[in-house]
Design a protein around this ligand. Structure first.
Ligand SMILES: Cc1cc2nc3c(=O)[nH]c(=O)nc-3n(C[C@H](O)[C@H](O)[C@H](O)COP(=O)(O)OP(=O)(O)OC[C@H]3O[C@@H](n4cnc5c(N)ncnc54)[C@H](O)[C@@H]3O)c2cc1C
Length: 652
């Protein structure tokens, strides 16, 4: 085989993003996977997104990645979570047809001439001093490369367990990867063990749906990708199921048949995605735990029992399932199982996801201790981008905590490390009012455009939308609302006329209702044509508060524009405050710490010195986020770095 620029090991969610973006940026990529038919396989839940995770998917799309587009195409049930709350906490989620998702992922990769797909098990990294040379496959074939991105997921020394039975496996029905961890640890990289579990799949033909509550998707689904123009449709419904005291008894009576509860495995599991055993032990009865039955595909009949992950034996799983209303006669198609696997401590990575120990070796996804498709995909994307930049000798792209959830995730990993599967939440992001799902495009597309990962046409289209948003906001600042008009909304009264732009700051006031009450129209497609056409902007046409209301005002309302404008107005005050804080923090982020800095700084505690030496932060900002590093430590360091800089300037 010819020499490649980059070898990506693994074609899960991290691997496909890494290969795709690196190829898009011009690199010759070899994507090695243990099974080509399972490219883009969803190992567990056939769903993408959720609160915070959905923002990550939109960020991936804005940066030119694959996931947002794939889920828009493969989605069969779409919901905007938290849509009854403020738009800052909305989270798009969709269930996918898992077979279609896989097929689309493979097709997307096939389109790239720069990607070669190869089915093999990578067994060893060949590294000479300071340089990646090649990857050796289990067949003995040695393939030369300049860089490697490792995205092997749960496969490294993967051990599956069902009850007290254990056997080797990377995922149910697939072999585990042995050898690779040893070869990587021999380079001085530290590995650990983590675990997770999956629920049983149920035969949909054996369920009594008449006794279950239906959960429908949104009437008008929101897309994940900023480039999806077509209307999305739900193709299935889901059902709500509940555990009860009998289910819990079966669980508690069989804990001596759980590998985890008998203490035979010690590795940490996902705290925020616990098994049903963990839920019952940690949270008790709670009057039953709510579960969801979710179709896995449109063509098959398997249902995913969401919320019921378990590592208990098959006979116990059967009893647990049959104890629930509607599932009395349910058949299990595939039992739930637990898996334990190797991961590598992300503290040994640079913020670019490149190893600090072996230049040219990047890590992304579950191997960095994260859990979840979205968390994996965004790391794959950034590792792909930074591997290409490293090969070009250019500076890496490191997204700030104030620009994206992707930035928060990677900063958390490389600054704090992780000893348990890491999952994203809104609470992990201190600037979450800025990191909304509606504005990922504005935050990240300028970066994508400069990297060339989105086209000029795509960028211009969004630019027109941002301009339109801004002008609509300004226009609303000049619209007078009378008490009579306000009263029409039925949410309260005002005694004096107000300004639309100001009234919209109130949480209870919605833009659509306000405009209808004022008989104003913004962005109705029928009146103004395509929304992307800025030449016919309604804000300009309506500048004189025309009372001509189009009959399609309610049904055809441009909800993207409405959401964008409303969110900007509602969160303006908070965002302004956050931006001030960010400005202060930027000063810390701009202060670079040299790679070879020894931290032998007078006044710096020995304990702090040790921590800083271990993590090697790139900037004072990153140093300030390391657990146990105090503001006093940062002041001492800042003074020392400033003095050193001044001294150098004098000498120069
Ligand atoms: C049983 C189970 C339960 C899970 N439960 C949850 C959950 O509840 N919530 C959640 O968010 N996430 C869960 N996950 C995790 C989720 O599946 C992963 O986070 C996500 O798939 C990770 O993506 P990845 O790209 O890092 O790895 P994966 O999707 O695992 O992909 C790894 C890829 O690497 C390939 N590979 C591995 N080793 C080699 C090698 N040596 N050579 C060549 N190819 C190789 C594999 O073939 C595969 O293509 C679960 C996973 C499993 C297996």
């Amino acid at each position: 085989m010819p020499k490649f620029d980059i070898i990506v090991i693994g074609a899960g969610h991290a691997g496909i993003e890494a290969a795709h973006i690196a190829a898009k940026m011009g690199a010759k990529v070899l994507l090695v996977t243990s099974h080509v038919d399972l490219i883009g396989q969803m190992s567990c839940n056939p769903a993408i997104g959720g609160v915070a995770k959905g923002n990550i998917v939109r960020e991936i799309g804005a940066l030119g990645g694959l996931m947002a587009d794939l889920i828009d195409q493969a989605g069969i049930h779409f919901r905007m979570l938290n849509s009854s709350k403020g738009s800052a906490v909305w989270g798009p989620r969709a269930q996918a047809d898992r077979l279609l998702y896989r097929d689309l992922a493979r097709r997307a990769l096939k389109k790239h001439q720069n990607i070669t797909i190869f089915q093999a098990m990578a067994a060893k990294l060949d590294v000479s001093t300071e340089k990646i040379l090649a990857v050796t496959m289990d067949s003995g074939e040695i393939i030369a490369t300049k860089a490697v991105i490792l995205t092997a997921g749960t496969f490294l020394n993967g051990t599956i367990h069902i009850g007290l039975n254990t056997f080797a496996g990377g995922r149910m029905g697939e072999p585990s990867a042995s050898g690779l961890t040893k070869s990587i640890c021999a380079l001085g990289i530290t590995s650990g063990r983590l675990r997770t579990s999956s629920p049983p799949r149920i035969d949909g033909r054996s369920v009594d749906y008449s006794r279950l509550t239906v959960q429908r998707g949104d009437a008008d689904p929101w897309p994940f990708s900023f480039f999806t123009r077509r209307k999305l449709h739900n193709k299935i419904v889901c059902w709500v199921v509940k555990t009860n005291t009998t289910t819990h008894q079966h669980i508690l009576q069989n804990m001596d048949r759980s590998l985890q509860y008998t203490g035979k495995i010690q590795s940490a599991g996902p705290r925020y995605c616990p098994s049903i055993e963990d839920k019952v032990v940690r949270f008790g009865e709670r009057g039953g735990h709510v579960l969801y039955l979710e179709p896995e595909t449109r063509s098959g009949c398997e249902l995913y029992l969401n919320g019921f992950s378990t590592g208990l034996p098959c006979d116990v799983q059967e009893k647990m399932v049959a104890s629930m209303e509607g599932l009395e006669r349910a058949r299990i198609v595939r039992p739930g199982y637990g898996i334990e696997y190797d991961y590598f401590q992300p503290l040994q990575l640079k913020p670019s996801l490149e190893s600090r120990i072996v230049p040219g070796l990047f890590f992304a996804g579950q191997v960095n201790g994260t859990s979840g498709y979205e968390e994996a995909a965004c790391q794959g994307l950034m590792a792909g981008i930074n591997a290409v930049l490293a090969l070009r000798g250019e500076k890496p792209v490191v997204l700030g905590r104030d620009t994206s959830y992707v930035g928060v995730l990677i900063d958390d990993l490389v600054t704090k490390g992780t000893d348990e599967p890491y999952r994203m939440f809104t609470s992990r992001a201190e600037h979450r009012l800025l990191l909304r799902q509606d504005n990922c495009d504005e935050r990240l597309m300028p970066i994508a455009r400069s990297l060339g990962t989105i086209t000029q046409t795509q960028y211009d289209k969004r630019q027109r939308f941002w301009d339109k948003k801004k002008r609509t906001e300004e226009w609303l600042g000049g619209i007078r609302v009378t008490p009579e008009q306000y009263g029409k909304m039925g949410i309260g009264t005002i005694s004096q006329p107000g300004i639309a732009g100001e009234l919209l700051r109130r949480p209870e006031v919605e833009i659509k209702e306000l405009l209808i009450a004022c008989e104003l129209n913004v962005g109705c497609e029928q009146c103004v044509g395509n929304n992307d056409n800025t030449d016919t902007l309604i804000p300009e046409q309506s500048a004189q508060q025309t009372s001509a209301v189009c009959s399609c005002l309610v049904t055809q309302f441009d909800r993207f524009l409405a959401l964008g404008v409303e969110s900007e107005i509602k969160y303006k005050g908070f965002v302004k405050k956050q931006l001030k804080e960010i400005e202060k923090l930027h000063r810390l982020e701009e202060t670079q710490i040299p790679d070879d800095f020894c931290y032998n700084v007078p006044g710096l505690l020995t304990e702090s010195q040790e921590k800083l030496r271990r993590i090697c932060p790139n900037t004072l900002g990153q140093a300030s986020r390391i657990g146990g590093i105090t503001p006093a430590d940062i002041s001492v360091l800042a003074m020392f770095l400033l003095k050193a800089k001044n001294k150098q300037v004098k000498n120069d």
